[in-house]
Each structure stands twice: as structure tokens, then as C-alpha cells.
Design a protein around this ligand. Structure first.
Ligand SMILES: [Zn+2]
Length: 64
């Protein structure tokens, strides 16, 4: 997947999150929490030119 920086249009690089556990998100209205909920990890992208950081849900379809 290629991404261009929204600010300066430089090609962004994918980054790993070094904290543990990594950021997990779920649909707010699902009413479920933890293991029973549909969740998505979050990827981070960094612009090596201006430092802009963008976060993207790995499974955005769970929010439909
Ligand atoms: Zn940039």
C-alpha cells in the first residue's frame, strides 16, 4: 500500500507501534467489549520529510 503525505505529498513509510498491546479500536455502538467485540488494529504511517503521522484502521469494514 502506498500513501502520500497529506501535507507535503512525500511517500509515507509504514511504522510499527512499539507499545504493547498495540492500539485496538472497536465500533462504539457495538455494545460489546473485549474478546466478543469486532475489533481492528491500527496501522501507523509516517512522513519521512515533515513528520506527519497518519493512523489507519486495519479492518475499517467493522464500522459499517
Ligand atoms: Zn509530509
Amino acid at each position: 500500500m502506498n500513501k502520500d503525505c497529506l501535507r507535503c505529498k512525500t511517500k509515507m513509510e509504514e511504522a510499527y507501534q512499539v507499545d504493547f498491546p498495540s492500539l485496538i479500536i472497536q465500533r462504539k455502538e457495538s455494545g460489546l467489549k473485549g474478546a466478543f467485540a469486532k475489533t481492528s488494529e491500527v496501522n501507523a504511517w509516517v512522513c519521512p520529510n515533515c513528520g506527519y503521522v497518519e493512523l489507519n484502521a486495519c479492518n475499517p469494514e467493522i464500522f459499517k
